[in-house]
Design a protein around this ligand. Sequence first.
Ligand code: F6P
Length: 539
Amino acid sequence: MTPLTQRSAWLALRKHHDATHGTHLRELFAADPGRGEQLTLDAAGIFLDYSKNRVTDETMMLLGQLAEQCDLAGRTAAMFRGDKINATEGRAVLHVALRAPRSASIVVDGVDVVAEVHGVLDRMAEFAERVRSGAWTGHTGRPIAAVVNIGIGGSDLGPVMAYEALRHYTKRDMTFRFVSNIDGTDLVEATRDLDPETTLFLVCSKTFTTQETMTNAASARDWLLASLKDPAAVAKHFVAVSTNAAAVTTFGIDAANMFGFWDWVGGRYSMTSTIGLSTMLAVGPDHFRAMLAGFHDMDEHFRTAPFEANLPAILGMLTVWNVNFLGAETVAVLPYEQYLKRFPAYLQQLTMESNGKRVTLDGTAVDYATGPVYWGEPGTNGQHSFYQLIHQGTRLILCDFLAFAEPLNPLGKHHDILMSNVFAQAEALAFGKTAAEVTAEGTPADLVPHKTFEGNRPSNVILMDRLTPAALGKLVALYEHSVFVQGVIWGIDSFDQWGVELGKALAQKIAPELESAATPAHDSSTNALIVRYRRMRGR
Ligand code: F6P
């Protein structure tokens, strides 16, 4: 297969970039008064304005050709069909099956997984209703008042993001906490004011071997039993979400209290699986199903819409353009919606664990940049923090602004002011302020360079009606598929994560060395750190 950087569309994009990169967004807008209306998409309840990217119709046409030459359509069909596109792990990638309607059918290894998915969803819903209604009681007969989700990575970030995002719809008389970090503080602070008699732990781990989660779960069990004294209490206060039934039983959780899922659900793509149990407990089965329907709407849009009208395809290809041709190294995700405060953290795993790869599917080292760094904070807080660098620093940062027309908590003029900031920031980034404009304001000459804004900084504005469960589903699926699109172009496996293994293995080796007196067997720096730590702990 022709390497990516030698495909004709890539070469044409490089040439096109060289010919057009001197053109400022100011000029592009001046040359085409309709640009702000044209370079937009409105589909599946999401409006995307990508006109403030440094692109022309020709750029978009060439990006479409590149997608075609990388067989985006074929790879998408393969994913939806259940082919084992996670090649290095020999697995299908079927998070889309988790939100397929009951009437759909996707067969993997001879099994209709959609029927299984709905069977599990029904069980989850039944359990959630029992807990929410108080029918499920703890060991001493009291209803559950607090749910603590124990998990890490995809078994935490999706659930905590969704809980925060949908807090408006949650059962307010129940408390939800999320424990992920091995740092004991996380569990101690999360349980400090909880009553063991009314607390339910959800131990979420696809593998049920993850050190952090297993350690936290064991300490949570100790916390419970220190108060309830009877090991039989575990059955009423612990449920597990996992693909590893044997390990769940070994831990002491009743298999009847286990919610399974499948190896074709990647950790970072699992929030619509049983890993979303905390979400369902918080918002109830109907809202959870509405969220799934939102995901499915975006899945179907991605599967069926032509390239030029396809939101994830366009968003993904714009990222490729900004990263590989304009040199952007990071993407700032800027939700102008307080409920999405954990969305950037969630996206970090989704995007960077997926596309932080340096070899293609066949193991060849890439000679182009792959996944950019994703980061962000809710607006307007970021404006008073890091936006300075985005506006006037030396780096090119692609910004995704996320906003909703309707506030969930209308309060005076707050929402109009919030939205004016979204539009203002995107405008300022694109158009800046010239030295002539600054001078014309009477600015002293020595201050003119400091007050000049170069502009020409790319951004996307993603606008939706209202943050509902369905809207959240659409938004997350938009990014999931955009990440997939980028991975297809880069020719990488977006669904494995071998890069997390080395550190895990070394930590397993170092842990006993911290307690031993023997000379550690690492490099001189690691050895010295271990010895110093032992000394600091009086060992
Ligand atoms: O960090 C690596 C990773 O495997 C993630 O991909 C995953 O989401 C996380 O660990 C947690 O894994 P598990 O759900 O198996 O505990």
